[in-house]
Design a binder for this molecule. Structure first.
Ligand code: ADP
Length: 492
């Protein structure tokens, strides 16, 4: 059954969306295509060329040629000007871009439409970074007739392997530092959601990004992705995705010792003390988990609640979830869309079964929703969860919240840190000392206090433990795209 929405879109023209290599739209070497599925209907939106290892080779060759060609003569000022022009070009086509992402991966317009400002800020932030890279001079610390300085140069050809849960914005963590530093890029989007990355390549090309600087090769992870991660002529991989795949990427990167940054999965704790502003905390804790239908790497999926308020607070969080409008992503009314794929629907519903078997108490949700053939599940809350249950240990990547009671601050921290992951975390309390104590003691790369999930392109985004390593965003991200060389001078 088709939802009654207009699926006509200026980018969804022709029979097949092709690969973008060396400034041209080309078929996959194999001639193969795959269906790009709209998760709100479970139907194909368009076919996309299926890139494979040969196409990755072509794209890396194009990126290498661009890196060593005219692009290397662009000054930081030139690249800054290009990025500002590109930002304007994206802004002019933003509504089409957001709508395409909505059709492709199912985030509702209410979400994708919000990213206009984020995209603009990211391009402008990195445009300023283009003018602000510099090395060090070691003039005082070196004895004798010598001095040394470090010279920073772009690291070379970068491979980006990105996931399907928000490619419109995730890709900027690779595109913007590439343009700011003078690197070149081969982007491999996920098969589930390649369209906004292809459209971004078109916009950037039209805005003047030279051929070969940004290349896009959609294709399967185990073939196209693996070829990029192991490629002998790629200097760095920027990966965002699951911990299991991240481990494979790190292993593949050993082929030529390329640099790697991996931003991986999480099972982030959100700790609510009885003295918190409970209205704010209930909404905050619900949205920490349910935003983007739970498909967020730093989602707060383990909710630790002080026992004296546990039953009442968990019910308040569930009530926020019940009121969220789940529906087709193109509907202006929808606050949450479908999960991004059939595979994701199967995965999330399998955890409903796991939760039942492990004896968790269902408070709300827990069954798929039958809406027009799409991959829909409701916000789901389980109470009576213990930290050893699978729903408290494994990343589900759906709107499934596991609520766990605690008695003391020490116990909350011990439970929060009892995980392999270390991406996000939250603490809700009016006690300022406790807020900072707990924020420092949670073993994650990021902690939100009396809020959750705020991000900004100018602020460091980072994980630790098995949530990965490497900085995305903020003042240190650009350094990851630069190689430092030490030059010694004999002053005699
Ligand atoms: P999920 O399992 O949720 O799809 P992944 O981490 O596997 O998450 O996917 C993130 C990205 O990694 C996608 O672009 C996917 O195609 C890619 N990918 C998957 N497997 C591999 C692999 N073995 N090597 C390189 N990339 C991969």
């Amino acid at each position: 059954m088709n939802a009654p929405f207009d699926y006509a879109h200026p980018f969804l023209t022709g029979d097949v969306k092709k690969l973008f290599i060396g400034g041209e739209w080309v078929d996959a070497s194999s001639g193969e295509t795959f269906d790009c599925i709209d998760p709100s209907r479970g139907l194909a939106a368009i076919k996309v060329s299926r890139g494979g290892p040969e196409d990755i080779d072509r794209a890396v060759a194009a990126a290498r040629a661009a890196f060593e060609g005219e692009w290397s003569k662009w000054t930081p000022f030139d690249r800054q000007a290009l990025m500002l022009k590109a930002a304007e070009a994206i802004d002019r086509r933003f509504e089409d871009l957001a709508r395409l992402e909505t059709i492709d991966m199912g985030a509702p317009l209410a979400r994708t439409g919000l990213f206009r400002r984020w995209i603009q800020q990211t391009f402008r932030y990195y445009a300023s970074q283009a003018m602000n890279t510099r090395g060090d001079i070691f003039s005082n610390s070196v004895p004798g007739n010598f001095m040394a300085y470090s010279h920073k140069a772009p690291v070379g050809v970068v491979g980006a392997i990105i996931p399907w849960n928000g490619p419109m914005i995730t890709q900027l963590w690779s595109i913007c530092p590439t343009l700011a530093t003078g690197c070149t890029l081969v982007l491999k989007p996920a098969e589930e959601a390649p369209l906004s990355t292809l459209m971004m390549a078109e916009i950037l090309h039209e805005a003047g990004v030279p051929a070969g600087v940004i290349n896009v090769v959609p294709g399967p992870g185990p073939t196209a992705g693996a070829a990029l991660a192991g490629h002998m002529d790629v200097n760095k991989i920027n990966f965002t995705g699951s911990t299991v795949t991240g481990r494979k990427i790190i292993e593949a990167s050993a082929s030529n010792m390329k640099r790697v940054a991996v931003e991986l999965g999480g099972k982030s704790p959100d700790i609510v003390f009885a003295d918190a502003d409970l209205d704010a905390a209930a909404t905050g804790a619900a949205m920490a988990c349910f935003t983007n239908t739970g498909q967020v790497c730093f989602a707060g999926t383990r909710l630790f609640v002080e026992r004296s308020i546990y039953d009442d607070f968990v019910e308040r969080v569930a009530e926020v979830g019940r009121k969220l409008k789940v529906g087709p992503a193109l509907s202006e009314e929808s606050q949450l869309g479908p999960l991004a794929s059939q595979a994701q629907l199967d995965r999330v519903t399998s955890y409903f079964q796991v939760a039942r078997e492990d004896g968790a108490r269902l408070v709300t949700g827990g069954e798929p929703l039958d809406i027009g053939g799409g991959f829909f599940v409701p916000p789901t809350v389980y109470a009576g969860v213990t930290n050893d249950m699978r729903i408290a240990r494994e990343e589900i990547f759906g709107p499934v919240l596991a609520a766990i009671p605690f008695d003391t601050e020490e116990e909350a921290l011990a439970l929060a840190n009892d995980t392999i992951y270390g991406l996000g975390g939250g603490v809700w309390s009016r006690d300022v000392g406790r807020v900072h104590r707990v924020a420092h003691a949670i073993r994650t790369g990021m902690v939100w206090t009396n809020c959750y999930g705020v991000t900004d392109p100018a602020v460091t985004f980072i994980g630790t433990r098995q949530s990965g390593y490497g900085v995305k965003g903020g003042p240190y991200a650009v350094d990851e795209f630069l190689a430092a060389k030490t030059v010694w001078m004999n002053l005699a």
